[in-house]
Design a protein around this ligand. Structure first.
Ligand code: ADP
Ligand code: MG
Length: 139
């Protein structure tokens, strides 16, 4: 998977579902992109790809949301409100990727230097109201 243009939220969700289907224990997905780029939409698809049956909400107010009904535990993190790496460090996310669980992180730039080596980075770019470019990002 290189880069794709998604023309709808459904298409972005489908893309996420494929990522989730291919995820393994300790997979970490870092989702970059501005507000409204579609990070949470992709994360919802990813949760479905792992088989999570709970409704997948945006964890903006809870920071860390766990889903345990799929074939692997999934942890969805939104760091938008974090000040920086010290606060990120206090979340001890390494416990999740050592568990092993799948971790999806929105606003990963808030903890760039704490991301583990296996992190798969994806960038979402707003092209128009309904179009997004989704592409791999170098670490
Ligand atoms: N192709 C697309 N992919 C993803 N979201 C889209 C797309 N087109 C329109 N949207 C809309 O953009 C918004 C994306 O929101 P969200 O996934 O919460 O973004 P983020 O988590 O990056 O802030 C939603 O309202 C969604 O319906
Ligand atoms: Mg979001």
């Amino acid at each position: 998977m290189g880069s794709i243009i998604s023309a709808s939220p459904e298409e972005t969700e489908r893309f996420g579902r494929r990522l989730g289907e291919g995820a393994s224990p300790r997979s970490v997905f870092a989702l970059y992109g501005e507000l409204g780029a579609g990070k949470s939409t992709l994360a919802r698809g990813l949760a479905h790809g792992i088989g999570a049956r709970e409704p997948v909400t945006s964890p903006t107010f809870t920071l860390v949301q766990e889903y345990r009904s799929g074939r692997l535990p999934l942890v969805h993190v939104d760091l938008y409100r974090l000040e920086g790496p010290q606060e990120a460090e206090a979340l001890h996310l390494e416990e999740f990727w050592n568990e092993p669980a799948v971790v999806v992180i929105e606003w990963p730039e808030k903890m760039e230097e704490l991301l583990p080596p296996q992190t798969e980075r994806w960038e979402l770019l707003l092209l128009s109201e309904n179009e997004r470019m989704i592409r791999r990002k170098a670490g």
